[in-house]
Write a protein that binds this ligand. Structure first.
Ligand SMILES: [Zn+2]
Ligand SMILES: [Zn+2]
Length: 553
């Protein structure tokens, strides 16, 4: 068991209350450890002038499953030529995805939209993504079985068991609901579905869908609460739906994703305004809520979402003018629409400002996670640029001055003086996501944690600093030095395995016999198979919460 000692660097380890202190970091056998008194380290590395943090964790990034491949299929021009043109990197292949994350100091990433019928593919694709640990959230809330059970007034225990079975079958980390009930309603030709509007066929509302799923996950003790992509994504005035969705939770914990796309008012001459303050106030008043932002970044990207209803509405804005809509076994949905966010567009410029406002107005950094909803708001490779926008007010104002002139006039951003600190960035990019996912030995540098470490050369230009860390360790192995990969180990798979009533499998089989297409027994991924999908990477089961740890209510 060889030891590595990193010395002279300043540590930012918010989980353990370490804020820029100069301390040694010792790595032994893939874990953070300490040296016994008088024990020499096998290797000592001087990291003076550097900042050390745990490896970054992206809790919402589309890196595996059907949509991403459709996006690649739709945009072959993005995969030709190479070079540094960022337009070419909006949906990198699996190998590039792993490498580019690691080159920025990230060591884990989570795919947010895995459907049960496609779970094998999602795990295989993440397994092909080198170095990064990974996991995924299973989609529920638009599938026929769930909606039928809700329409029939099934008992809460049955929903608990449906969720438990789904997590077990797909080896997921949590559950994501996308446009609750709306993807299904679109198949019945509904073009929008407000929170209290009944689904035309099932006569159930998004409010019921959200509450039922949040309650079921809470009952199972799944650490990551319901991951919610709310109703009316991208629509002017959708803050009303977002606040109603929060209300539907009745105090249950939840994570609201890409909230930038859900924080729009309909005031002002263009009937499109920022509702970031209303959203931030709702989050500030509810410690049981967390959000990730889905910041937009100017330039070309591709939007890929399970939200067929809203993507269909956006298809007219496609740039270039092409799009794909798809489904699997009538259980899912997806829309892939290429898009270019333009500085000269009032709407796009305001979206940019709204995202930054949310980051800066949510007071507690443990409740907000840094994302661009890759690739929807922009590619993950823009994170260093985003970090600079959050840490450097004058840089932010320079950018704001380049945008559509009315945005500065109608946005609160100009008056926000807050600059995030390195400690806060460490929370937004590793400590908070680890905590929100229940990863107890990740996202921090305490003894016993996985030795996933990023060492950045301190630099007043935070974009340069976070673009290419000096050193990145994954499970104690040096994987990147000054932006160049030095090793390519296989990442592990995080998943939860909650207790539920196993006899629910019988209920599923009975229902399948009457209505189903894919045999539910065939959906179940065993541990050996999961290991094979992950190319032999470690299986990393995450413990469920017991009793009081579950939080409110
Ligand atoms: Zn989404
Ligand atoms: Zn997303």
């Amino acid at each position: 068991m060889s030891t590595i000692r990193l010395h002279g660097g300043r540590l930012h380890d918010p989980t353990n209350g370490v804020d820029g202190d100069v301390r040694d970091l010792v790595v032994r056998d893939g874990r953070i450890d300490r040296l016994a008194p008088g024990e020499p380290a096998d290797e000592s590395i001087d990291i003076s002038g550097c900042v050390a943090m745990a490896g970054g964790i992206d809790l919402h990034t589309h890196i595996g499953g059907g949509k991403v491949n459709l996006a690649r299929l739709l945009l072959p021009e993005h995969h030709r030529g190479g070079g540094d043109d960022p337009c070419r990197h909006v949906t990198p292949g699996t190998r590039d995805t792993g490498r580019r994350y690691v080159q920025m100091g990230y060591t884990a990433a989570f795919e947010p939209a895995m459907v049960a019928t496609n779970a094998r593919h999602a795990h295989m694709e993440m397994g092909d993504t080198p170095i990064l640990d990974h996991g995924a959230y299973a989609m529920l809330g638009n599938d026929e079985l769930f909606l039928q059970m809700l329409a029939e007034g099934a008992h809460p225990d049955e929903f608990r068991d449906l969720i438990g079975w789904t997590l077990h079958a797909t080896k997921a980390m949590g559950v994501k609901v996308v446009n609750p009930g709306g993807i299904s309603a679109f198949k019945f030709n509904q073009r929008r579905l407000n929170v209290d509007e009944p689904h035309r066929h099932w006569q159930v509302t998004p409010r019921q869908v959200v509450h039922t799923l949040a309650r079921g996950l809470h009952a199972l003790g799944v650490p990551h609460p319901l991951h919610i992509h709310g109703s009316n994504l991208g629509a002017a005035g959708n803050i009303a739906s977002t606040l109603e969705t929060i209300d539907a939770l009745e105090g249950l914990p939840a994570h609201l994703t890409h909230v930038q796309f859900h924080a729009y008012g309909n005031e002002g001459p263009k009937k499109f305004s920022s509702a970031a303050l209303a959203l931030a106030e709702a989050v500030n008043a509810r410690p049981q809520l967390s959000v990730d932002v889905g910041q937009i970044i100017f330039g070309h990207t591709v939007t890929a979402s399970g939200d067929t209803m809203r993507q269909f509405a956006n298809a007219g804005l496609a740039n270039p003018r092409k799009a794909i809509f798809s489904d699997i076994e009538c259980e899912a949905g997806c829309g892939v629409v290429p898009f270019r966010y333009r500085e000269a567009s009032y709407v796009n410029a305001l979206q940019w400002a709204i995202g930054l406002e949310i980051f800066l107005l949510v007071r507690n950094p443990w409740q907000v996670v840094l994302t661009t909803d890759h690739p929807n708001g922009g590619p993950f490779t823009s994170y260093p640029h985003l970090i600079r926008l959050l840490m450097d007010r004058s840089f932010r104002e320079e950018q704001l001055a380049k945008l559509h002139p009315e945005v500065a006039q109608f946005s609160a951003l100009k008056s926000i003086t807050r600059e995030l600190t390195l400690q806060e960035i460490a929370i937004l990019t590793r400590a908070a996501p680890a905590k929100l996912l229940g990863l107890r030995d990740r996202g921090h540098l305490g003894e016993g944690a996985a030795a996933d470490i990023a060492v950045y050369r301190d630099d007043a230009d935070r974009e340069r600093m976070f673009t290419a860390p000096e050193l990145v360790f994954k499970d104690g192995v040096l994987v990147s030095r000054a932006g160049r990969l030095t090793a390519e180990p296989v990442g592990g798979t995080h998943f939860v395995a909650p207790d539920y009533d196993l006899s629910f499998a019988q209920t599923l089989r009975r229902r399948h016999a009457r209505h189903g297409s894919v045999n539910p027994d065939h959906l179940v991924i065993g541990h050996d198979e999961l290991c094979a999908c992950g190319r032999g990477g470690a299986l990393l089961p995450v413990a469920c919460l017991q009793g009081q740890d579950r939080g409110a209510p």
